[in-house]
Design a protein around this ligand. Sequence first.
Ligand code: PLP
Length: 397
Amino acid sequence: MSDIRKQLGLRPIVNVSGTMTALGASIVVPDAIAAASAVMPQWVEINDLHRKASAAIAKACGAEAGFVTASASAGITLALAGAMTGADLAKVEQLPDATGMKDEVVVMMGHLTGYGASVEQAIRLAGAKVVAVGNVTDARGYQLAGRITERTAAALYVVSHHTVQYGQIPLDEFARIAHSKGVPVVADLASECDLKGFIAAGADVAIYSAHKFLGGLTAGIVAGRKDLVRATFLQNSGIGRGMKVGKESVVAAIAALEAWANRDHAGIRKTERGYLEMWAQRFAKFPGVDPRIVADPTGNPIDRLELHVDPALARITAWDLADALAAGDPPVIVRDHEAELGFFQLDPCNLHPGEEMVVAARMEAELEAARGRNTPSGRTHAQRKAARFERLLKWPD
Ligand SMILES: *Cc1c(COP(=O)(O)O)cnc(C)c1O
């Protein structure tokens, strides 16, 4: 099959970093591609299509209702807007001016992370004010209770490997406190694959990315209490219009949820485990390279290979190694958001069959080349980061 990336003059990257917007989100599953293709040439009554999606999401998530948004990020903004406006269309049209509405969103400081843009801005985009709870690494129930006032529209809870992983209030306790004050809990679960557990633990609205683990087209899935999901949907007549989702993404989300329910999860996990063990065995032979199989920090059923690199022995830093892999042929993109700490990860969940061997060969070639040099390059992580921003600001050049 011809590779459209070559026709467009794009590099044929191999993705061992995970489901990343910056790399095209995920490999869309065949059922979602087929459903999107089938609906593209047809007219549909879009709100009826959204009714069907609501039923599919409700079933998959153990929720009362569901709504497909343009992305999880849009889902956060629109769900919070819905908590502010309810089903009042005058208020829907008034946003982002929140005069006269409850306009505060409480969120733990350790949850104010980013995913390419910041959670904090997704809140403000609804016209809401961010009210931070606790300290970055320590938040307590009484602090949450103390920040909730008659102006509080919602409490936002974020589950992500990017949040602080300790010292936070567990979801069930967070929800108990919010509910005791009549405040709904909106949970950003964009990268989580447990579709039912967070609602069961107390989230009133659960937000997922359709294009991450599920392998749908780019979209967000909002599941939860019917009144809140309805209020989220009604933002289509307001601030949601600029974040609208097309029919193709809605049918693909329905198909992806169905495919997810029928997927051979155990078989896939076994295959991925084989990749990790093969890589670990091959890379451990290099001095200064310590491969460790690690579990996902938020409990997703996926393990990754974490490669700790000692520059004194390997003669290359973790970030130089990541960049060398990304610059080579074919380019291999690793999970390197913690590279300044001296390690990066290989995520096995987005590989086409055979690419695991390409990754192994490219890694061995780069480690071999490093061994042939006397010392690491001396380029600091700060210099690398600065160079990346410089390139971003030169776009489209
Ligand atoms: C990816 C991610 C998002 C953004 O999801 P999109 O669907 O790409 O908008 C938001 N929150 C978290 C925790 C994420 O991991």
